[in-house]
Write a protein that binds this ligand. Structure first.
Ligand code: ADP
Ligand code: MG
Length: 324
């Protein structure tokens, strides 16, 4: 169930990396450049944008896997300063991260049963028998026969592996999942099965999702609201229907225009926006999109703030904010 209750809030999150390639002078790369957003309990907030825009970095910070350079995070009323957002014990188990390729995060030498039991064992949750039972229940819940507990990751198909990736994230009964391109490595037909499973699990377990993908069709299908990222910033945030029916930011307009007419008929690798994505080490002054924007103007030399221009609709573009 969606609600207006905020479960997670990011405030002005920044993440920069210092790149040293001696003897060249050190360079700063701004992966995330001031992101603020609220996720409501029970919703799916989609995060979309081209590769390299900072989506995974935001997801890792939101799931307490990566400390930020600046900003703060509030999860269920507990606020953490940006630099200390890792290893938060109990809080950490309530937020889980699902990777694009579960294979790389599943130890190939362990059975599925062991892989699913591990998070419980680490948290010392229940006795051995109880844990085995929980593993069986979870396998059923994600649509696999309990006999899968005896199998190894390499014996599974891509879709089955992603089911295990999701099951593993759910073992500790989290409330919030960060799903980072969870279906991008799968065939289109399998994608739909996994997306439907995620929707069912959300209903049954009252989960909240931050759903990251570069695929606009996938984001459209699963999200209640969508944040569009461009080079480390959110450029637009809106209800999913409003965003796709009437994209307001020129970047969102270009993304939406690039969606192939037939789902699955176009290349799945990347949306097509004219011009090249600037190097994150040398971001343009002001609006980062101005180098590719058909409406670029002198005023775009100043960074546009993300402003709510209509209820529930935020846009960071001088075209829309000039008259506010
Ligand atoms: P996305 O998920 O949207 O593709 P990422 O969050 O992975 O984007 O990356 C955002 C930017 O940060 C990219 O320019 C990427 O190269 C850079 N980046 C990510 N992680 C690191 C790292 N550990 N060190 C240096 N640069 C990084
Ligand atoms: Mg990514």
């Amino acid at each position: 169930m969606r609600s207006d209750d905020t479960i997670l809030e990011l405030r002005n999150i920044r993440k920069s990396y210092t790149l040293r390639r001696w003897p060249a002078p050190a360079e700063t790369l701004r992966a995330v450049d001031g992101v603020s957003l609220s996720v409501r309990r029970g919703e799916t907030l989609g995060v979309v944008g081209e590769s390299g825009c900072g989506k995974s970095t935001v997801g890792q910070i939101a799931s307490l896997m990566l400390p930020a350079t600046a900003g703060s995070l509030t999860f269920k009323g507990v606020t953490l300063p940006a630099g200390r957002v890792t290893n938060r014990g109990r809080l950490r188990t309530q937020i889980q991260y699902v990777f694009q390729d579960p294979y790389s995060s599943l130890n190939p030498r362990f059975t599925i049963g062991r892989l699913l039991e591990d998070p419980l064992a680490i948290q010392r949750a229940g006795g051995r028998r109880e844990r085995r039972q929980q593993v069986e229940l979870m396998l059923e819940r994600i649509g696999l026969d309990p006999s899968f507990a005896k199998r190894y990751p390499h014996e599974l198909s891509g879709g089955q592996r992603q089911r295990i990736g999701i099951a593993r994230a759910l073992m500790l009964e989290p409330e919030f999942l960060v799903l980072d391109e969870p279906v991008s490595a799968l065939d289109v037909s399998v994608q739909a099965q996994i997306l439907n499973l995620l929707k069912e699990l959300q209903q049954e377990l009252a989960l909240t999702y931050l759903f990251i993908s570069h695929d606009l069709n996938v984001v459209h299908y699963v999200s209640d609201r969508v944040a569009v990222m461009y080079l480390g910033r959110i450029v637009e945030l809106a209800d999913v229907h409003a965003l796709y029916a009437e994209p307001l930011h020129p970047y969102t307009q270009a993304l939406v225009a690039s969606i192939p007419a037939e789902p699955g008929s176009g290349p799945r690798e990347a949306p097509v926006v004219e011009g090249e994505l600037p190097d994150a080490r040398r971001l343009p002054e002001g609006c980062a999109f101005r180098t590719r924007c058909p409406y670029a103007h002198e005023r775009c030399g100043r960074t546009p703030e993300l402003i709510e221009i209509r209820p529930g609709r935020q846009v960071a573009c001088h075209l829309w904010t000039a008259f506010q």
